[in-house]
Structures are given as structure tokens and as C-alpha cells.
Design a protein around this ligand. Structure first.
Ligand SMILES: Nc1nc2c(ncn2[C@@H]2O[C@H](COP(=O)(O)OP(=O)(O)O)[C@@H](O)[C@H]2O)c(=O)[nH]1
Ligand SMILES: [Mg+2]
Length: 354
């Protein structure tokens, strides 16, 4: 899963990137001229993996991971004819979700924070970028029609794009258009920015943190989390004990990393299944509704190709029964076929033939 941090310059993207990844990318009060994005992989905290590691003492423990990308500031990426520079758009498009970082702190170089206005500003940029794409394609289709290449498929695409254009002009996002699966497929190639799953990170300073009315307004429209970015960047450098004490003081119950990963999992409909053994205890990310075959595929395509069955029990059963033997004795060990819909916290062992 890849999440891109997007937002206006000086909204605290790099600060939050550092808080999440415990890295030291340079934070600056000025819009950075550097166009190269920062990249880091963060582990998805999962108490179950920690507990299973204690139980199985494997040679290796592997948590699920999320890639976090910190782009250059958006205004820097805007080209002269409006819209974003192609390189920035290409980078944004390869993300599974975008996290909009919104400034909610006082900064010497900027006016007072206005988070709702900033959300609108960034979304307007997205809408303009999608409108340009839509208009270019519509012009191209008209051109083909003029040259006598009018096909049913093209006519369909044109009608759909005209609807997309109307909605964008009304300030609606493509993701809110309630498209059918067929329609989604038809426009998938455009990778519209306003179609991307989106979450908001409200980046507050100590003074503004936990002003719940603001988060309430934001969460009516978006999946959102609030961070005290600068503080959490500093906290991320402390050891666990010190960090817990500071967090308790601020009324922060979980690290920024935990809150973001949970929000992203919910937004994208992701769940984890687990594999255990003396070699490795590991968490894997799949989508809610995925089958045992798709779970096997996520481990290795060979495993899916020669899939026979999945041996399965839930993490909770293991905790209740105390051991795999206990699970078998209590009849909670299951054999599932390839169409079995995997649940969050299932412990799977895929049996495959050759
Ligand atoms: N008070 C406060 N300042 C912050 C916070 N997050 C970022 N800043 C400051 O805002 C400036 C811009 O931050 P940076 O992370 O470089 O923003 P970017 O341009 O979006 O990457 C820096 O001076 C940061 O120290 C925060 O949560 N609280
Ligand atoms: Mg930055």
C-alpha cells in the first residue's frame, strides 16, 4: 500500500513524514525547491504479530508495511498553463491513497491557519487537473468523430466524460459520482486525482490540538486523523518510555503511525491475515472480501496456482485455546477452499500441490 502526503507548501508534510518514519528529512519554513520526493516504508503496528512472535519465537518477524511518500509542495508542482507538472501527476497517480496534510498551526511566514479553506484549495487544484484531462480527451474524441470514426464505445466514453466534466464543474469529486463498475472501468485509465481514496491529516500545534468541532466538520466529508505533527516528530525520536509519558500528557493515546495506518486500512477496506511458524511470523495485507485464493496470491503466485486448501483458525481462537493443539481439540481448526472469504486476524497455512 502506498500513501502519498499531499498538501500546500508549509503544511507540515515533511514534518509528518519524519514523525511517521522516524527519519530526518530536512524540514523547512520555505517552500522546498527540491522536486525529488522522500520515500520510506513504515511497519503497521499489530499487537497480534508481537504476541505470536513471543509464542513461536520465529527466526524472523515481518509486520505488514505501508510506503509513505512525501512529494514536493503542490504550488511548486503547478506548471505555467495551470494544472500540475506531469512528473508530479505521474507520482501522485501511482499512490493507492492520498493523505492531505492541512496546516492548523501558526507559522511566522504564513497567515493564521484556515484548515477548511486549505482543504478546498487543494481539492480545487485536483478538480482543475481532472478537468484538463477530461477536456483534452473530449476534444480528441470530437476530432475522431469528425474523421468518421464514430463507434459505440467512443460514444459511450464521450457521454460519461461529459457527465464527469459537468460534475467537476459543479465542484464535485469523481469519487462521489456513484459510478457503476462498468463506468469505473471505462475511466480507470485516466486515474483522476479526485477519484483517489483520500484522507485528511489535520496538522495541529499544541494550542489548536483536539478542537473537536473542527475535526467533526472534516470527518463529515473525509476520513481524517489529527496529528500534532511537530511534537510527534520530536516524540518519534525518544525511547518508548519517554514517549508514552509525553503522549499521555497531551492526551494522545496512540502514535501517529498507528492512527494513520488504521485510518488508511479503513479507508481502503484492507484487513490483515497472519502466517505463523518457527521460521517466520508475518502479517499480510489484503482487501476485505478477498478469498483464500487471493490471500495465497498475495504470498506468492505459485502458491495460488497450485492451491489445494487453506488450513485456518482465527488469532482469537489461538489466544482462547492457548495452542494449536487446543484449537484442534476444541474443533476450531478449519479446512477452507479457495472461495473462502478471509477474515481479519485469520491465521492461514496454504497447502499447495505441484
Ligand atoms: N507549530 C508547529 N509547526 C509545525 C508543525 N508542523 C510543521 N511545522 C513547521 O512548519 C514549517 C514547514 O514544515 P514542513 O514539514 O517543512 O512543511 P512542508 O512544506 O509541507 O513539507 C516548519 O518550520 C515546521 O517546523 C506543527 O505541527 N506545529
Ligand atoms: Mg516538505
Amino acid at each position: 500500500m502506498k500513501i502519498g502526503l499531499a498538501g500546500l507548501p508549509n503544511s507540515g508534510k515533511t514534518t509528518i513524514f519524519n514523525a511517521l518514519t522516524r527519519s530526518d528529512a530536512a524540514v523547512t519554513s520555505y517552500a522546498s525547491q527540491k522536486a525529488e520526493p522522500h520515500l520510506a516504508v513504515i511497519e503497521v503496528s499489530d499487537d497480534r504479530v508481537t504476541k505470536l512472535t513471543e509464542m513461536y519465537q520465529p527466526k524472523k518477524t515481518t509486520y505488514a508495511t505501508i510506503e509513505i511518500v512525501d512529494f514536493a509542495g503542490f504550488n511548486e508542482g503547478i506548471s505555467h498553463n495551470g494544472g500540475f507538472q506531469p512528473t508530479l501527476v505521474a507520482r501522485i497517480k501511482s499512490m493507492d491513497a492520498l493523505a492531505l496534510v492541512i496546516r492548523n498551526y501558526n507559522d511566522d511566514f504564513e497567515s493564521a491557519p484556515d484548515p477548511l479553506k486549505d482543504i478546498d484549495t487543494v481539492l480545487t487544484e485536483f478538480i482543475i487537473s481532472d478537468l484538463i484531462l477530461t477536456e483534452n480527451r473530449l476534444e480528441r474524441i470530437e476530432e475522431l468523430f469528425r474523421r468518421g470514426k464514430r463507434t459505440g464505445v467512443l460514444e459511450h466514453e464521450r457521454q460519461l466524460l461529459v457527465r464527469v466534466q459537468e460534475k467537476l464543474n459543479e465542484n464535485c469529486l469523481v469519487r462521489d459520482m456513484m459510478l457503476t463498475d462498468d463506468e469505473e472501468r471505462m475511466i480507470a485509465g485516466f486515474q483522476f486525482l479526485t477519484q483517489k481514496p483520500l484522507l485528511v491529516i489535520l496538522n495541529s500545534d499544541e494550542m489548536n490540538y483536539a478542537r473537536h468541532d473542527l475535526m467533526k466538520i472534516i470527518t463529515e466529508r473525509f476520513s481524517a486523523v489529527e496529528f500534532a505533527g511537530k511534537l510527534e516528530m520530536e516524540l518519534s525520536r525518544l525511547d518508548d518510555e519517554e514517549r508514552s509519558a509525553f503522549m499521555a500528557d497531551m492526551g494522545i493515546h496512540e502514535s501517529a503511525r498507528c492512527r494513520l495506518t488504521r485510518c488508511a486500512y479503513e479507508l481502503l477496506g484492507c484487513i490483515s491475515f497472519l502466517t505463523i511458524g518457527t521460521d517466520e511470523v508475518r502479517a499480510w495485507t489484503i482487501h476485505s472480501g478477498d478469498t483464500a485464493l487471493q490471500a495465497a496470491e498475495s504470498i506468492h503466485s505459485d502458491l495460488a496456482r497450485s492451491f489445494i486448501r487453506a488450513e485456518c483458525f482465527s488469532y482469537d481462537s489461538l489466544m482462547e485455546c492457548g495452542s494449536e493443539r487446543g484449537i484442534k481439540e476444541q474443533g476450531r481448526f478449519r479446512l477452507e477452499g479457495k472461495d473462502y472469504v478471509v477474515r481479519d486476524g485469520d491465521i492461514l497455512s496454504i497447502r499447495a500441490g505441484h
